[in-house]
Design a protein around this ligand. Structure first.
Ligand code: PHE
Length: 429
């Protein structure tokens, strides 16, 4: 393992990269719908609590593993627990993102297709499977792999530093337009009207699952990206920045999408249906009133979706690439080709069957991801040793550690119990 490792060059770079991974389709197509259906402002409140009380400590736990070892996910676990079964966490951390990549990039492909269709506002029927999606999937995956191939600094860091600020600007522009559409108020009401009666155990489980997925937890990403964080950087500050950026983007996306959907008089939906069926209707409607405006909004929107998906897919690719480079001695470019091919071949199943697509998504985001999160908190809370964890989180005591006790308590007791309950309920329900 003599490979020279890059580091991210600043805290801003770390936050942009982490936020790039976090901000993605989850924020755009699931969050706004969940908010509306599960209690409006009440749900947002629960979501914020889940983000800070559970996702944030779990994020820090992964960050501790990554930065302490400065190694890929499998290498990190080999260093920290050379003997015993903990290596499973390392392997799971490389397998899960690769499986997710195989279908996430298909969605990236749909977005490229819809970006082109936006210019004519002629979307036609949504065809998620087949040869055209395969073509666009290949393009999306290839572009993402090229960025990763350029390296941590010259590829991943640079791409995110441009993309994330751009994404915020675009979503705010779309939001301003959407909020000014006639009847937009109904969409705002849908998002914020608090309904505490909708807050059940299931709602809580959904909020937590969405929060994990959105923060890209339990799949080696935070471990891998954190391994490129400099020893002097304050992990807690980077983590807070990431959580806030992801939360803010989710909320902005809600206010960009739902007012427009309600203004067009369409029932809101979630998932692929929202982005590739409902919204095209909305854009076409805008186009009838003014073709230029309709086209501009659609083009900007699908461009944003492509970029948001790409900043996430490069984080998925990097996990496998870091492993192949450091553990298998491959050149970075070759490693990118290998990950590309594995994801492309796995993706053949989902690209020709939307049924399988849904199954792979459910299996990886409900089961694999939750298992990964559970192992992370058990490892950091019970195996690693309190003083080692404290030393890493506080840069050997040189940065503030007042809240360490709370963090450790959450990671040791609250997180494992909660995640276990969710894991079991995912299995049996
Ligand atoms: N966090 C991303 C989103 O919300 C999804 C993602 C999951 C990205 C897993 C990378 C890894 O869309």
């Amino acid at each position: 393992m003599t490979t020279k490792r890059d580091n991210f060059s600043s805290r801003a770079a770390v936050i942009m990269a982490m936020a790039g991974s976090a901000i993605g389709l989850g924020n755009i197509w699931r969050f706004p719908y969940m908010v509306g259906e599960y209690g409006g402002a009440a749900f947002i409140l629960v979501f914020i609590l889940c983000s800070f009380l559970l996702s944030f400590p779990i994020f820090l736990s992964e960050a501790v593993i990554g930065r302490k070892t400065h190694a890929n996910a499998i290498g990190a676990m080999k260093q920290l627990a050379p003997n015993g079964g903990w290596k499973v966490l390392g392997y799971l951390s490389v397998i899960t993102p690769t499986i997710i990549l195989s279908y996430y990039s298909i969605v990236g492909g749909w977005s490229i297709e819809y970006f082109f269709k936006s210019f004519s506002l002629n979307f036609g029927e949504f065809r998620p499977s087949g040869w055209t999606p395969l073509l666009f999937n290949t393009i999306f995956l290839a572009l993402s792999s090229v960025i990763v191939g350029l390296g941590v600094k010259a590829g991943i860091e640079k791409f995110n530093k441009i993309s994330i600020p751009l994404l915020f600007v675009l979503i705010v522009l779309i939001m301003i337009y959407s909020l000014n559409m006639p009847g937009a108020g109904k969409g705002v009401e849908y998002l914020i009207k608090p309904d505490f009666s909708k807050l059940t155990g299931r709602t809580f489980a959904f909020a937590l699952g969405q929060s994990f997925y959105s923060m890209s937890l339990g799949m080696g990403i935070v471990i891998t990206y954190s391994s490129y964080i400099h020893k002097d950087e304050n992990l807690v500050a980077s983590g807070v920045g990431t959580v806030l950026a992801a939360l803010l983007f989710s909320i902005l996306a809600g206010f960009a999408i739902m007012p427009a959907v309600f203004s067009a008089g369409i029932a809101p939906s979630s998932g692929p249906g929202l982005v590739y069926q409902t919204l095209p209707h909305v854009f076409s409607g805008m186009g009838e009133a003014s073709p230029i405006v309709g086209t501009a909004v659609a083009v900007l929107f699908f461009f944003s979706v492509i970029v948001a998906a790409m900043t996430s897919s490069i984080s998925l690719i990097e996990v496998g690439v870091a492993y192949l480079v450091e553990e298998k001695g491959l050149k970075r470019n070759i490693a990118c080709v290998v990950v590309f091919l594995v994801a492309w071949i796995l993706g053949l199943a989902s690209v020709f069957s939307i049924d399988l697509f849904g199954k792979v998504d459910a299996f990886s985001s409900n089961f694999l991801l939750t298992a990964g999160v559970l192992l992370v908190v058990l490892f950091v809370g019970w195996k690693m040793g309190k003083e080692d964890v404290r030393a890493e989180l506080t840069n050997q005591g040189s940065v503030n550690n007042k809240l360490f006790g709370i963090f450790y308590f959450l990671v040791r007791y609250i997180a494992p119990i909660t995640v276990l309950v969710i894991f079991i309920s995912n299995l049996v329900l």
